[in-house]
Design a binder for this molecule. Structure first.
Ligand SMILES: Nc1nc2c(c(=O)[nH]1)N[C@H]1C(S)=C(S)[C@@H](COP(=O)(O)O)O[C@H]1N2
Ligand SMILES: [Mo]
Length: 228
């Protein structure tokens, strides 16, 4: 099966270009993804146990281009099994109670980023104005990047360090990391951390997400689910 990100992280053309750059990057002795983000660690491929990749962000997408955030027109829709559907502007979202945390991010393919500083909104605070119905036990996160989607149960989304994040490491979430908002749930592998979220639909049943349709566990607990 494909693995989350590794084979489809860029449009095909970029992927080929990156592959070529990856080969030539041996010459400068730096991993090629450093060109795309700020995270760095010395590359020690030769010392790594099989299946483990050097730490640092890889930017993953499933579509040919990344959604572009326009603060003037952007809305976050909250709908489905709720009493009061919401359509939040970016400013309205930022006025909700702010939560901050430092947590480690794990991709199922074997790379991690330690001590990421996130700021955002806890799902309980985000959903409160919509008043979810009693049978609304699942959140479905729809990305502006089609067709990426994934779900969390309400219980999972209410873990103490799950949030809808709008800042990373002290700055507004960068476009490549999902601007303006992404899911953060450190207990689960990266594929549950949907980027470019534009709609949250409250539902009564778990649906399988983009990578789950391709064989990965719906409950993507770090260290306790399939992968590799
Ligand atoms: N919309 C969208 N969200 C996504 C993905 C994606 O391809 N598209 N990839 C997921 C996977 S597999 C991982 S590991 C993380 C990677 O986050 P990053 O691109 O910010 O490094 O995003 C997750 N969220
Ligand atoms: Mo991933």
């Amino acid at each position: 099966m494909d693995s989350p990100g590794e084979t489809r992280r860029y449009g095909r053309r970029t992927f080929l270009a990156v592959t070529a750059a990856g080969l030539s990057s041996l010459a400068w002795g730096k991993p090629v993804w450093q060109a795309f983000s700020h995270a760095t660690q010395p590359l020690q491929d030769a010392l790594l146990p099989p299946g483990l990749l050097p730490d640092g962000w890889r930017i993953y997408t499933v579509a040919a281009s990344m959604p572009r955030f326009d603060p003037g027109t952007w809305r976050l829709q909250i709908d489905g099994l709720v009493e009061q559907p919401q359509s939040l502007t970016y400013d309205e979202l930022r006025r909700l109670p702010r939560a901050e945390q430092v947590s480690t991010f794990h991709c199922v393919t074997g790379w991690s980023v330690k001590n990421v500083r996130w700021a955002g909104v806890r799902f309980r605070d985000l959903l409160a104005p919509a008043r979810p119905l009693a049978n609304g036990t699942v959140l479905s996160f729809v990305s502006a990047e089609k067709p990426y989607v994934d779900t969390l149960t309400l219980r999972q989304a209410e873990l103490h360090d799950a949030m809808l994040a709008y800042e990373m490491d002290g700055a507004p979430l960068a476009r490549e990391h999902g601007a303006p908002v992404r899911v953060v749930i450190p207990e689960m592998y990266g594929y549950k951390n949907v980027k470019w979220v534009e709609r949250i639909t409250v539902a009564d049943a778990v649906e399988s997400g983009y990578w789950e349709q391709r064989g990965y566990d719906v409950d993507a607990w770090v260290g306790r689910s399939n992968g590799f």
